[in-house]
Design a protein around this ligand. Structure first.
Ligand code: F0G
Length: 412
């Protein structure tokens, strides 16, 4: 039995009720299962023999009619052991979960395959979201595959071009508002409350987060049934850290892992309401009025899932940290040059955070650490070209290139 449950007052709602917040207290909802029945179902299931992907975990997902699944082959992303980078940073074992390997280049695809499938189960025809870029790219792709109308609201000016291009080519109706992400989210929430026909697929929708929790399952399965000591993630709207923690606690509850890791949430200094609250020891997050960072994906001042994120950090004895734009860009370059992994700035913030926390002595050198790299570097090439400068230039002639590159050891 699947139900939607308010995280604060515990009010319960049916699985097929289209609802984004509690009618009684207005707080966020979580999807809950009958875990005894789930454990029994797993006994008879062949899930372990399926390839690594979101739908390997179909028994753990809130979808009843598997014939409706809308998939572009999401999940099954690499967990890369990064020995050169771990030597540089001074940790023994570091893995990067490279979510840029997903179909539209970010972890959002895990949520959208489930969210858009749910939309078909609910028989809705139009899906909508607000986005800093990746959510819109992903929703647009899955809506196209499902034949649904897709509307996205993005903030003016700051959306990375790669992401905007994706949303446009997949055929979404893209509305750029004269405002920031937080304003865009408030508007789509209003629209979905006022209009029965639009189904909201921001991370306030608990079904989308159910898909995202597969990230946690995959990490544990890729580490042969063991959780790492730490999982480090960037936080924007804070849905993903909440989803990953839910996935980890479910695996633990079902006896699929023995220990739980400590969660680490990283925010950019100019958009860090959750990290600031956690560092101050407060459980109340005050929005940042004008969020600003080079990591445009997480340029968010009023994270909608802050309560879930604070709970994940508290329950796991976790920590939160802030990193500067310079630290983020340094980490992005380091990961590319040491490990061949090109990730976008928001994703690199998890590496920047690890570096800072090792230096501060918060993360021990013996820990097994997983950093989640949430999106592909090609999403935002402009920022890289600004950082790396222009390529070298030479005449189209062997001699001048030899001279330029200092190639002196000729064959005799
Ligand atoms: N990393 C990337 C690459 C993202 O695109 C986002 C969020 C995050 C991290 C943060 O995840 O919001 O769950 O804490 N991007 C959203 C979007 C807001 O609209 O694409 P979160």
């Amino acid at each position: 039995m699947i139900r939607q449950v308010c995280i604060t007052c515990g009010a319960e709602y049916g699985a097929d009720e289209v609802i984004y917040s509690c009618k009684r207290c207005g707080d966020l909802l979580d999807v809950e299962y009958d875990y005894e029945a789930l454990a029994e179902r797993l006994e008879g299931s062949d899930w372990r023999s399926l390839p690594l992907s979101v739908w390997r975990y179909r028994d753990f997902l809130p979808i009843c009619d598997l014939s409706k699944v809308v998939t572009l082959k999401e999940g099954g992303t690499g967990l890369h052991q990064c020995s050169r980078l771990s030597n540089l940073l001074g940790v023994k074992r570091l893995y990067v979960k490279n979510e840029g390997e997903n179909p539209t280049g970010s972890f959002k695809d895990r949520g959208m395959t489930v969210g858009v499938t749910k939309a078909l189960e609910l028989d809705v025809k139009t899906v909508i979201c607000a986005s800093t870029g990746n959510t819109s790219a992903s929703l647009a792709a899955y809506a196209a595959k499902a034949g649904l109308r897709c509307i996205v609201l993005i903030p003016s000016g700051k959306t990375a071009y790669g992401k905007l291009a994706q949303a446009m080519i997949y055929g979404a109706e893209v509305v750029q508002i004269r405002g920031n992400f937080d304003q865009a989210l408030r508007i789509v929430l209003k629209l979905s409350e006022r209009h029965r026909e639009v189904y909201l697929l921001n991370s306030i929708n608990p079904y989308r987060l159910e898909g995202q929790k597969s990230l946690a399952y995959e990490i544990c399965d890729q580490l042969n049934g063991k959780a790492p000591d730490r999982v480090i993630l960037p936080m924007g709207n804070a849905g993903n850290i909440s989803a990953v923690w839910k996935g980890l606690t479910e695996f633990h509850r079902l006896g699929l892992i023995d220990d739980l890791p400590r969660m680490v949430g990283i925010q950019a200094e100019g958009a860090s309401p959750i990290a600031r609250a956690i560092k101050l020891g407060s459980d109340v997050v005050t929005p940042v009025e004008r969020p600003e960072t080079v990591a445009t994906a997480i340029r968010i001042g009023a994270p909608v899932s802050w309560k879930k994120a604070v709970r994940a950090l508290r329950e796991s004895s976790g920590v939160a940290e802030t990193v500067t734009d310079e630290e983020i860009l340094d980490a992005q370059r380091m990961l590319a040059r040491c490990e061949g992994l090109f990730v976008e700035p928001a994703s690199a913030s998890s590496i920047a955070g690890l570096r800072k926390l090792v230096e501060l002595g918060e993360i021990d050198k013996d820990e097994v650490v997983v950093c989640v790299a949430t999106g592909h570097g090609l999403k935002d090439p402009d920022i890289v070209m600004k950082m790396c400068g222009r390529p070298l230039e030479a005449d189209a002639e062997v001699g001048s290139i030899e001279k330029l590159l200092g190639l002196t050891q000729a064959f005799r």
